[in-house]
Design a protein around this ligand. Structure first.
Ligand code: CP3
Length: 347
Protein backbone atom coordinates (compact mmCIF):
# COMPACT_ATOMS: atom_id res chain seq x y z
CA UNK A 1 0.00 0.00 0.00
CA UNK A 2 1.72 3.21 -1.10
CA UNK A 3 1.18 6.22 1.09
CA UNK A 4 -0.60 9.12 -0.63
CA UNK A 5 0.90 12.27 0.90
CA UNK A 6 -0.46 14.70 -1.73
CA UNK A 7 -2.41 16.57 0.97
CA UNK A 8 0.76 17.34 2.96
CA UNK A 9 2.82 18.02 -0.17
CA UNK A 10 0.31 20.56 -1.42
CA UNK A 11 0.26 22.37 1.94
CA UNK A 12 4.08 22.50 1.83
CA UNK A 13 3.78 23.92 -1.73
CA UNK A 14 5.71 20.96 -3.18
CA UNK A 15 4.94 19.50 -6.60
CA UNK A 16 1.69 17.53 -6.87
CA UNK A 17 0.09 15.53 -9.68
CA UNK A 18 -3.48 16.23 -8.54
CA UNK A 19 -5.27 18.58 -6.17
CA UNK A 20 -5.85 16.84 -2.82
CA UNK A 21 -9.37 16.81 -1.43
CA UNK A 22 -11.14 15.87 1.79
CA UNK A 23 -14.48 17.01 3.14
CA UNK A 24 -15.56 18.38 6.48
CA UNK A 25 -18.08 15.88 7.96
CA UNK A 26 -17.00 13.25 5.42
CA UNK A 27 -18.06 10.61 7.95
CA UNK A 28 -21.69 11.22 8.77
CA UNK A 29 -25.37 10.73 8.24
CA UNK A 30 -25.33 11.12 4.45
CA UNK A 31 -23.74 7.61 4.45
CA UNK A 32 -26.17 4.66 4.67
CA UNK A 33 -23.57 2.54 6.51
CA UNK A 34 -23.09 5.31 9.07
CA UNK A 35 -26.84 5.62 9.63
CA UNK A 36 -26.92 1.86 10.29
CA UNK A 37 -24.18 2.19 12.92
CA UNK A 38 -26.07 5.13 14.45
CA UNK A 39 -29.14 2.91 14.99
CA UNK A 40 -27.08 1.06 17.61
CA UNK A 41 -24.56 3.58 18.90
CA UNK A 42 -24.56 7.30 19.73
CA UNK A 43 -21.74 9.58 18.57
CA UNK A 44 -20.19 9.57 22.04
CA UNK A 45 -20.43 5.75 22.20
CA UNK A 46 -18.69 5.37 18.82
CA UNK A 47 -15.87 7.56 20.15
CA UNK A 48 -15.46 5.14 23.10
CA UNK A 49 -14.93 2.07 20.87
CA UNK A 50 -11.58 2.53 19.06
CA UNK A 51 -12.06 -0.22 16.43
CA UNK A 52 -15.48 1.12 15.48
CA UNK A 53 -14.35 4.75 15.59
CA UNK A 54 -11.38 3.90 13.33
CA UNK A 55 -13.72 2.10 10.94
CA UNK A 56 -16.06 5.12 10.74
CA UNK A 57 -13.06 7.42 10.14
CA UNK A 58 -11.77 5.14 7.37
CA UNK A 59 -15.05 4.63 5.55
CA UNK A 60 -15.09 7.87 3.47
CA UNK A 61 -11.47 7.24 2.41
CA UNK A 62 -12.44 3.83 1.03
CA UNK A 63 -15.75 5.05 -0.37
CA UNK A 64 -14.60 8.22 -2.18
CA UNK A 65 -10.79 7.92 -2.40
CA UNK A 66 -10.28 11.25 -0.61
CA UNK A 67 -6.70 12.35 0.12
CA UNK A 68 -7.00 12.73 3.90
CA UNK A 69 -8.97 11.25 6.78
CA UNK A 70 -10.35 13.31 9.65
CA UNK A 71 -10.59 11.67 13.04
CA UNK A 72 -14.19 10.80 13.83
CA UNK A 73 -15.03 12.69 17.01
CA UNK A 74 -16.74 15.94 17.90
CA UNK A 75 -15.49 19.29 19.13
CA UNK A 76 -17.35 18.64 22.42
CA UNK A 77 -15.62 15.29 23.18
CA UNK A 78 -12.61 16.85 25.03
CA UNK A 79 -14.91 19.29 26.84
CA UNK A 80 -16.69 16.52 28.74
CA UNK A 81 -13.65 15.54 30.86
CA UNK A 82 -13.28 19.18 31.97
CA UNK A 83 -16.48 18.59 33.94
CA UNK A 84 -19.10 19.77 31.44
CA UNK A 85 -22.17 17.53 31.10
CA UNK A 86 -22.49 17.59 27.34
CA UNK A 87 -24.59 15.36 25.14
CA UNK A 88 -24.93 15.40 21.35
CA UNK A 89 -28.65 15.35 20.63
CA UNK A 90 -29.71 14.08 17.19
CA UNK A 91 -30.86 16.88 14.91
CA UNK A 92 -29.96 19.55 17.47
CA UNK A 93 -26.27 19.32 18.30
CA UNK A 94 -24.39 19.72 21.58
CA UNK A 95 -26.59 20.29 24.64
CA UNK A 96 -25.17 21.11 28.09
CA UNK A 97 -27.12 20.90 31.33
CA UNK A 98 -24.59 22.80 33.47
CA UNK A 99 -23.71 25.88 31.38
CA UNK A 100 -20.88 28.19 32.40
CA UNK A 101 -22.23 31.33 34.03
CA UNK A 102 -19.77 32.39 36.77
CA UNK A 103 -16.09 32.58 37.64
CA UNK A 104 -16.62 29.66 40.02
CA UNK A 105 -17.90 27.62 37.05
CA UNK A 106 -14.75 28.43 35.07
CA UNK A 107 -12.46 27.72 38.02
CA UNK A 108 -14.12 24.34 38.47
CA UNK A 109 -13.09 23.26 34.95
CA UNK A 110 -10.37 20.61 35.20
CA UNK A 111 -7.25 20.67 33.03
CA UNK A 112 -7.33 18.04 30.26
CA UNK A 113 -5.10 14.98 30.73
CA UNK A 114 -5.41 13.25 27.34
CA UNK A 115 -3.87 9.91 28.38
CA UNK A 116 -6.26 9.56 31.32
CA UNK A 117 -9.29 11.39 29.97
CA UNK A 118 -9.40 10.33 26.34
CA UNK A 119 -7.62 6.95 26.02
CA UNK A 120 -10.11 5.70 23.39
CA UNK A 121 -9.42 8.70 21.14
CA UNK A 122 -5.67 8.21 21.37
CA UNK A 123 -6.06 4.46 20.74
CA UNK A 124 -8.22 5.23 17.67
CA UNK A 125 -5.43 7.46 16.31
CA UNK A 126 -2.89 4.66 16.90
CA UNK A 127 -5.05 2.16 15.00
CA UNK A 128 -5.60 4.59 12.12
CA UNK A 129 -1.91 5.39 11.86
CA UNK A 130 -1.34 1.75 10.89
CA UNK A 131 -4.34 1.33 8.62
CA UNK A 132 -4.51 4.54 6.61
CA UNK A 133 -2.70 5.20 3.34
CA UNK A 134 -3.48 8.94 3.60
CA UNK A 135 -2.68 11.49 6.34
CA UNK A 136 -4.91 11.65 9.40
CA UNK A 137 -6.19 15.09 10.41
CA UNK A 138 -6.79 15.71 14.11
CA UNK A 139 -8.92 18.59 15.29
CA UNK A 140 -10.32 20.71 18.08
CA UNK A 141 -12.99 23.36 18.35
CA UNK A 142 -11.68 26.90 18.82
CA UNK A 143 -12.29 28.70 22.14
CA UNK A 144 -15.10 31.00 20.95
CA UNK A 145 -17.01 28.20 19.23
CA UNK A 146 -16.63 25.87 22.25
CA UNK A 147 -17.52 28.69 24.65
CA UNK A 148 -20.66 29.47 22.65
CA UNK A 149 -22.03 26.00 23.47
CA UNK A 150 -20.72 26.05 27.05
CA UNK A 151 -22.25 29.43 27.86
CA UNK A 152 -25.52 29.18 25.89
CA UNK A 153 -26.11 25.56 26.98
CA UNK A 154 -26.74 24.50 23.38
CA UNK A 155 -26.78 25.72 19.79
CA UNK A 156 -27.67 29.39 19.34
CA UNK A 157 -28.39 31.75 16.50
CA UNK A 158 -27.38 35.07 18.01
CA UNK A 159 -25.01 34.10 20.89
CA UNK A 160 -26.57 36.66 23.21
CA UNK A 161 -25.47 35.00 26.49
CA UNK A 162 -21.96 34.48 25.15
CA UNK A 163 -21.57 38.06 23.97
CA UNK A 164 -23.18 39.39 27.14
CA UNK A 165 -20.52 37.60 29.19
CA UNK A 166 -17.78 38.90 26.89
CA UNK A 167 -18.92 42.52 27.12
CA UNK A 168 -19.97 42.65 30.79
CA UNK A 169 -17.45 40.37 32.48
CA UNK A 170 -14.25 40.50 30.44
CA UNK A 171 -12.17 38.91 33.25
CA UNK A 172 -14.52 35.96 33.47
CA UNK A 173 -14.52 35.68 29.66
CA UNK A 174 -10.72 35.73 29.52
CA UNK A 175 -10.51 33.08 32.27
CA UNK A 176 -12.72 30.85 30.12
CA UNK A 177 -10.63 31.57 27.00
CA UNK A 178 -7.47 30.71 28.97
CA UNK A 179 -8.85 27.37 30.16
CA UNK A 180 -10.04 26.42 26.69
CA UNK A 181 -6.75 27.58 25.16
CA UNK A 182 -4.84 25.29 27.54
CA UNK A 183 -7.13 22.37 26.71
CA UNK A 184 -6.71 22.85 22.95
CA UNK A 185 -2.91 23.12 23.14
CA UNK A 186 -2.63 19.96 25.28
CA UNK A 187 -5.10 18.03 23.12
CA UNK A 188 -3.47 18.98 19.80
CA UNK A 189 -0.02 17.98 21.07
CA UNK A 190 -1.39 14.60 22.19
CA UNK A 191 -3.16 13.97 18.86
CA UNK A 192 0.01 14.67 16.89
CA UNK A 193 2.16 12.62 19.30
CA UNK A 194 -0.12 9.63 18.68
CA UNK A 195 -0.16 9.90 14.90
CA UNK A 196 -2.11 12.82 13.44
CA UNK A 197 -0.23 14.46 10.53
CA UNK A 198 -2.15 17.74 10.47
CA UNK A 199 -4.61 19.54 12.71
CA UNK A 200 -7.63 21.72 12.02
CA UNK A 201 -9.07 24.20 14.48
CA UNK A 202 -12.82 24.64 13.85
CA UNK A 203 -14.06 28.12 14.69
CA UNK A 204 -17.41 27.56 13.04
CA UNK A 205 -19.33 30.37 14.73
CA UNK A 206 -16.60 33.03 15.03
CA UNK A 207 -18.19 35.03 12.18
CA UNK A 208 -20.75 36.22 14.76
CA UNK A 209 -18.14 38.67 16.09
CA UNK A 210 -17.20 42.01 14.58
CA UNK A 211 -13.66 42.67 13.39
CA UNK A 212 -12.84 44.71 16.52
CA UNK A 213 -14.50 42.36 19.03
CA UNK A 214 -12.57 39.43 17.54
CA UNK A 215 -9.37 41.42 18.00
CA UNK A 216 -10.12 42.25 21.60
CA UNK A 217 -11.83 39.18 23.01
CA UNK A 218 -10.58 36.21 20.98
CA UNK A 219 -7.50 37.00 18.91
CA UNK A 220 -5.02 37.02 21.85
CA UNK A 221 -6.07 33.46 22.71
CA UNK A 222 -5.79 32.30 19.06
CA UNK A 223 -2.36 33.92 18.90
CA UNK A 224 -1.25 32.05 22.01
CA UNK A 225 -2.63 28.69 20.85
CA UNK A 226 -0.91 28.78 17.47
CA UNK A 227 2.34 30.19 18.94
CA UNK A 228 2.52 27.34 21.43
CA UNK A 229 1.87 24.87 18.61
CA UNK A 230 4.41 26.50 16.29
CA UNK A 231 6.96 23.70 16.54
CA UNK A 232 4.41 20.93 16.24
CA UNK A 233 5.43 18.62 13.44
CA UNK A 234 2.08 18.99 11.67
CA UNK A 235 0.55 21.78 9.58
CA UNK A 236 -2.21 23.77 11.26
CA UNK A 237 -5.45 24.66 9.48
CA UNK A 238 -7.79 27.34 10.89
CA UNK A 239 -11.38 27.26 9.61
CA UNK A 240 -14.42 29.36 10.38
CA UNK A 241 -17.64 30.34 8.63
CA UNK A 242 -18.53 33.95 7.75
CA UNK A 243 -14.93 35.04 8.27
CA UNK A 244 -14.10 37.35 5.35
CA UNK A 245 -13.96 40.33 7.75
CA UNK A 246 -11.51 38.47 10.02
CA UNK A 247 -9.03 37.00 7.52
CA UNK A 248 -6.69 40.02 7.66
CA UNK A 249 -6.02 39.22 11.33
CA UNK A 250 -5.40 35.53 10.59
CA UNK A 251 -2.26 36.52 8.65
CA UNK A 252 -0.65 37.27 12.03
CA UNK A 253 -1.16 33.69 13.26
CA UNK A 254 1.35 30.82 13.14
CA UNK A 255 -0.76 28.70 10.82
CA UNK A 256 0.00 27.05 7.50
CA UNK A 257 -3.49 26.79 6.00
CA UNK A 258 -6.44 29.20 5.91
CA UNK A 259 -9.78 27.41 5.66
CA UNK A 260 -12.06 29.50 3.44
CA UNK A 261 -15.83 29.33 3.78
CA UNK A 262 -18.05 29.28 0.68
CA UNK A 263 -19.22 32.88 0.85
CA UNK A 264 -15.98 34.39 -0.49
CA UNK A 265 -14.01 33.46 -3.61
CA UNK A 266 -10.56 31.94 -3.25
CA UNK A 267 -9.26 34.90 -5.32
CA UNK A 268 -10.66 37.32 -2.77
CA UNK A 269 -9.30 35.30 0.17
CA UNK A 270 -5.85 35.33 -1.47
CA UNK A 271 -6.04 39.07 -1.97
CA UNK A 272 -6.42 39.39 1.81
CA UNK A 273 -4.03 36.74 3.14
CA UNK A 274 -1.36 36.90 0.39
CA UNK A 275 0.68 33.93 -0.80
CA UNK A 276 2.29 32.88 2.50
CA UNK A 277 -0.53 30.47 3.42
CA UNK A 278 -2.03 27.51 1.67
CA UNK A 279 -5.78 27.81 1.11
CA UNK A 280 -8.37 25.13 1.81
CA UNK A 281 -11.91 25.26 0.49
CA UNK A 282 -14.47 26.23 -0.48
CA UNK A 283 -17.35 24.69 -2.45
CA UNK A 284 -20.80 25.50 -1.09
CA UNK A 285 -21.88 21.98 0.00
CA UNK A 286 -25.37 22.59 -1.43
CA UNK A 287 -23.85 22.21 -4.94
CA UNK A 288 -23.81 18.48 -4.15
CA UNK A 289 -27.59 18.59 -4.64
CA UNK A 290 -27.26 20.19 -8.10
CA UNK A 291 -27.00 18.41 -11.49
CA UNK A 292 -23.49 17.05 -12.11
CA UNK A 293 -22.71 19.55 -14.90
CA UNK A 294 -23.46 22.47 -12.55
CA UNK A 295 -21.47 20.83 -9.73
CA UNK A 296 -18.50 20.21 -12.02
CA UNK A 297 -18.48 23.77 -13.40
CA UNK A 298 -18.38 25.20 -9.87
CA UNK A 299 -15.66 22.76 -8.75
CA UNK A 300 -13.59 23.57 -11.87
CA UNK A 301 -13.86 27.29 -11.09
CA UNK A 302 -12.58 26.69 -7.56
CA UNK A 303 -9.73 24.46 -8.77
CA UNK A 304 -8.66 27.04 -11.37
CA UNK A 305 -8.54 29.74 -8.70
CA UNK A 306 -6.86 27.44 -6.17
CA UNK A 307 -4.11 26.45 -8.59
CA UNK A 308 -3.08 30.06 -9.28
CA UNK A 309 -0.62 29.75 -6.39
CA UNK A 310 1.09 26.71 -4.86
CA UNK A 311 -0.61 25.52 -1.67
CA UNK A 312 -4.20 24.44 -2.25
CA UNK A 313 -6.47 21.77 -0.76
CA UNK A 314 -9.98 21.28 -2.10
CA UNK A 315 -12.71 21.11 0.53
CA UNK A 316 -16.21 22.33 1.10
CA UNK A 317 -16.96 25.76 2.49
CA UNK A 318 -18.72 24.01 5.41
CA UNK A 319 -19.60 20.41 6.29
CA UNK A 320 -21.47 17.76 4.30
CA UNK A 321 -25.08 17.48 5.47
CA UNK A 322 -27.42 14.47 5.70
CA UNK A 323 -29.36 14.84 2.43
CA UNK A 324 -26.29 14.87 0.16
CA UNK A 325 -26.32 11.77 -2.11
CA UNK A 326 -23.32 9.51 -1.47
CA UNK A 327 -22.80 9.05 -5.22
CA UNK A 328 -22.41 12.81 -5.70
CA UNK A 329 -19.52 12.85 -3.20
CA UNK A 330 -17.77 10.01 -5.04
CA UNK A 331 -18.41 11.73 -8.37
CA UNK A 332 -17.10 15.09 -7.17
CA UNK A 333 -13.93 13.52 -5.75
CA UNK A 334 -13.19 11.73 -9.03
CA UNK A 335 -13.87 14.94 -10.96
CA UNK A 336 -11.49 16.98 -8.74
CA UNK A 337 -8.75 14.40 -9.23
CA UNK A 338 -9.22 14.08 -13.02
CA UNK A 339 -9.72 17.76 -13.79
CA UNK A 340 -6.81 18.95 -11.64
CA UNK A 341 -4.51 16.25 -13.10
CA UNK A 342 -5.28 17.60 -16.58
CA UNK A 343 -4.70 21.20 -15.50
CA UNK A 344 -1.42 20.37 -13.75
CA UNK A 345 -0.09 18.33 -16.68
CA UNK A 346 -0.76 21.24 -19.07
CA UNK A 347 1.81 23.34 -17.18
O1 CP3 B 1 -16.11 13.72 9.37
C1 CP3 B 1 -15.78 14.66 10.13
O2 CP3 B 1 -15.77 15.85 9.77
C2 CP3 B 1 -15.28 14.33 11.51
C3 CP3 B 1 -16.23 14.36 12.55
C4 CP3 B 1 -16.77 15.65 13.12
C5 CP3 B 1 -18.02 15.68 13.77
N1 CP3 B 1 -18.19 16.92 14.31
C6 CP3 B 1 -18.96 14.54 13.89
C7 CP3 B 1 -20.39 14.85 14.06
C8 CP3 B 1 -16.21 16.92 13.22
C9 CP3 B 1 -14.90 17.45 12.65
C10 CP3 B 1 -17.13 17.71 13.97
C11 CP3 B 1 -16.85 19.11 14.34
C12 CP3 B 1 -17.96 19.93 14.87
N2 CP3 B 1 -18.92 19.58 15.79
C13 CP3 B 1 -18.12 21.30 14.60
C14 CP3 B 1 -17.22 22.10 13.71
C15 CP3 B 1 -17.50 21.83 12.26
C16 CP3 B 1 -18.76 22.47 11.74
O3 CP3 B 1 -19.59 21.70 11.21
O4 CP3 B 1 -18.90 23.68 11.83
C17 CP3 B 1 -19.24 21.77 15.31
C18 CP3 B 1 -19.80 23.16 15.30
C19 CP3 B 1 -19.73 20.66 16.08
C20 CP3 B 1 -20.90 20.65 17.00
C21 CP3 B 1 -21.93 19.76 16.44
N3 CP3 B 1 -21.92 18.38 16.59
C22 CP3 B 1 -23.05 20.09 15.62
C23 CP3 B 1 -23.45 21.50 15.22
C24 CP3 B 1 -23.68 18.90 15.25
C25 CP3 B 1 -24.85 18.72 14.29
C26 CP3 B 1 -26.15 18.47 14.92
C27 CP3 B 1 -27.00 17.63 14.00
O5 CP3 B 1 -27.45 16.57 14.43
O6 CP3 B 1 -27.18 18.01 12.82
C28 CP3 B 1 -22.97 17.85 15.87
C29 CP3 B 1 -23.25 16.42 15.74
C30 CP3 B 1 -22.30 15.67 14.87
N4 CP3 B 1 -20.94 15.70 14.98
C31 CP3 B 1 -22.65 14.79 13.81
C32 CP3 B 1 -21.46 14.25 13.33
C33 CP3 B 1 -21.28 13.21 12.25
C34 CP3 B 1 -24.08 14.50 13.32
C35 CP3 B 1 -24.91 13.78 14.29
C36 CP3 B 1 -24.55 12.34 14.54
O7 CP3 B 1 -24.11 11.63 13.63
O8 CP3 B 1 -24.73 11.92 15.69
Amino acid sequence: MTFNDTFLRSIRKESIDHVPVWYMRQAGRYQADYRKIKEKYSLMQICEIPDLCAEVTLSPVRQHNVDAAILYSDIMVPVKPLGVNVDIVAGIGPVIDNPIRSLADVQALRPLEPENDLPATLETIRILKNELNVPLIGFAGAPFTLASYMVEGGPSREYHKTKKMMYSEPKLWQALMDKLGDMIITYMKAQVAHGCSAIQIFDSWIGALSHDDYRRYVFPTMKRIFSELKDLNAPKIYFGANTSHLLDQWTELDIEVVGVDWRVSLDHARSIVGDKFALQGNLDPVYLLAPYDVLEAEAAKIIDQGLKQPGFVFNLGHGLFPDVPEAAVTHLTQFIHDYSKRRLSER
